[in-house]
Write a protein that binds this ligand. Sequence first.
Ligand code: COA
Length: 177
Amino acid sequence: MSLIGKLVRLRPFEPEEADTVWRWHNDPDVTRWLEESYPEPLAAIRKRWADRPANCFQRTVFGIETRAESRLIGVVVLRDATPEHGRAELDIYIGEKDCWNGGYGTDAMRVMCRYGFDFMRLHAIELSVVDENERARHVYRKVGFVEEGRLREAFRRDGRWHDVYVMSLLEGELVDG
Ligand SMILES: CC(C)(COP(=O)(O)OP(=O)(O)OC[C@H]1O[C@@H](n2cnc3c(N)ncnc32)[C@H](O)[C@@H]1OP(=O)(O)O)[C@@H](O)C(=O)NCCC(=O)NCCS
């Protein structure tokens, strides 16, 4: 099963890469539209990363690496997969801001969705995205995700509530570039 796209390669994380992920988690530009968790000390994320279970059907986490420079730039996850329904949830972010708008997110989405449909034999992939996150919504639509519903005032940031779209992509709907 190929995890190689046009611009990126997806691969498991190494424990020592916890520091890079911690830096991304502490960048407010990166986390602006991501679900917020309580701040975590670097030592805690290092331990969590070292103890992390191997990727499996229920939860697969890949680092996004550029093909050209083998540079780690982000994370893509398929989680909460259920074999009974053939569904899973996808999360993605590019933590290296100088790589935004470089085509990497779109390519990583395509590779991960192909992996979900072809290898994991999923029937549908779902995700949630905040209304104002126009770039992410554009990318998701571009690869074939459709909006299924809108959760009113489901996300709070900077003292304001924002609506959240639930989107999904069915097997056979992935739009290749
Ligand atoms: C969202 C994200 C994953 C997209 O990855 P990326 O590598 O930056 O995206 P790409 O370069 O592949 O594509 C960006 C597209 O959005 C478009 N775009 C950029 N800003 C936009 C905006 N404000 N409104 C609409 N479209 C926009 C670009 O023109 C490009 O589309 P095109 O290729 O059709 O021209 C990445 O920007 C990111 O991680 N952002 C921060 C975290 C985040 O929001 N994660 C998603 C949470 S749901």
